[in-house]
Design a binder for this molecule. Structure first.
Ligand SMILES: Cc1cc2nc3c(=O)[nH]c(=O)nc-3n(C[C@H](O)[C@H](O)[C@H](O)COP(=O)(O)OP(=O)(O)OC[C@H]3O[C@@H](n4cnc5c(N)ncnc54)[C@H](O)[C@@H]3O)c2cc1C
Length: 385
């Protein structure tokens, strides 16, 4: 894997930083189900989590390709950016649709690390992927909105100060289209935690710091409404392309890690007096995963190029996420198989990365829903929902 990649200096610096957080660090966090605070602090101090924040607000003013390179290198090094990646794409909602006052109030502190913007509350237990059916409500009372309802899978809420929240401000039966009447709020959870906001952690098959949120008459200042009331679904959708691109970059990083790990092991491990990698039955799944990864990487590059040129690359961003997650999963499977029994041993990191990789077939958008997007919005087949 020795071809030229964009942002080589950033990649080199991120990979150097990640070298301070080797396998045993991630194994310990995984075993104890603890948040990788030291890793997130190091990334914040180096400014990487503020990559997309404009310089005038204390960030690095870097393009999306740089953010993608940062996340890819974290995963390629064997780490996991899920502990903090939302700060990159969640911020887009505030950047694109927030007022100048909101940006000036929050972004400098987010850029410096004084304030954490890591939580994004969209999914609910009863509505799932059908976002416009969500039940969480926000009713206006003078200068305040009062929020009631529940969210599920709100990751990193315990490690974030701010939450980007999607709630219904006009009942679904009172709007012409179900996508209307939803609004986005920037909630300062420090003001309400333990009173009208309850956070309950959910244990998962990997260490992900995800939670359930319960809102009971939770006040949010009207000044924290992002953009216009009722337009929130559009704002959330507008961030989806960037989110798909950044997640695809993480999947590519994982695929590279699995492929490298598998090919090295296949060359070193000797059974029947020869390296196992001399058997084509061992070589081919790794070579196939590599081919899938390279193809996905090209699609990712195209999606990024279109995005950075100011386009709205829904098709390419979705394809990049789909292909990268599939390449990652093929590489994960080949890596476990190549390692035989050692693929299941904690100290090799393979089993941990395998568990972590599985998520990207489901979240932040499931494979089926991407295929549905391609079928209906790209290929013009009849709508299924
Ligand atoms: C670890 C983790 C972290 C997460 N973090 C966040 C977060 O920070 N913030 C947040 O808001 N959400 C988060 N999510 C939620 C995630 O985005 C959803 O789990 C995902 O979108 C799927 O929704 P669901 O779980 O409700 O599944 P459902 O919508 O119930 O779907 C279940 C299955 O049915 C399939 N399906 C459903 N409808 C259709 C259809 N019409 N056609 C074909 N197949 C269909 C889906 O593809 C899926 O495989 C997280 C989830 C996990 C597991």
């Amino acid at each position: 894997m020795n071809y030229e990649l964009d942002h080589p200096e950033i990649r080199h610096a991120v990979s150097k930083l990640c070298a301070n957080f080797p396998g045993p660090y991630w194994q310990k966090c995984d075993r104890e189900n603890s948040y990788p605070s030291e890793f997130v602090a190091a990334l914040t101090d180096a400014g990487y989590l503020a990559a997309l924040i404009p310089e005038k607000f204390g960030g690095l003013s870097l393009p999306l390709s740089a953010a993608a390179a940062i996340l890819e290198e974290i995963h390629r090094s064997g780490g996991n950016a899920a502990a903090c990646h939302a700060q990159m794409y969640t911020m887009g909602t505030l950047l694109r649709h927030g007022s100048e006052t909101q940006k000036a109030q929050y972004l400098p502190d987010v850029a410096s690390g004084a304030l954490r913007l890591q939580a994004f509350g969209v999914t609910e237990p009863s509505s799932g992927t059908d976002t416009t059916s969500l039940k969480c409500t926000a009713r206006r009372e003078g200068d305040t909105y009062v929020v009631n309802g529940q969210k599920i899978w709100t990751s990193r809420a315990e490690h974030s100060d701010l939450l980007v929240l999607l709630a219904r401000t006009t009942p679904r039966d009172q709007v012409a289209k179900k996508t209307q009447g939803l609004s986005v709020f920037l909630v300062d959870m420090r003001d309400v935690l333990g009173t009208s906001l309850t956070i309950r952690p959910i244990r998962t098959m990997m260490n992900h710091a995800t939670t359930e949120l319960f809102f009971d008459e939770m006040p949010v200042p009207a000044a924290n409404l992002i953009g216009e009331e009722g337009q929130g679904f559009r704002y959330i959708l507008s961030g989806m392309n960037a989110e798909r691109i950044l997640i695809a970059a993480e999947c590519i990083g994982d695929a590279k890690w699995f492929i490298e790990k598998a090919s090295h092991y296949a060359s070193d491990r000797t059974v029947f007096d020869r390296p196992i990698g001399q058997n084509q039955g061992v070589q081919f799944p790794i070579a196939r995963a590599y081919s899938q990864m390279r193809a996905a990487e090209l699609m990712l590059k195209q999606a990024i190029a279109l995005y950075e040129a100011g386009g709205n690359p829904g098709e390419e961003a979705n394809l990049a996420k789909l292909l990268a997650a599939d390449a990652q999963w093929a590489a994960a499977e080949a890596c476990v198989q190549t390692h035989g029994g050692f693929g299941f041993a904690e100290e090799y990191d393979v089993e941990r990365k395998f568990r972590e990789a599985r998520l990207y077939q489901v979240a932040p958008i499931s494979t089926n829903l991407i295929l549905s997007y391609i079928s209906e919005h790209v290929l013009d087949m009849p709508r299924s929902y």
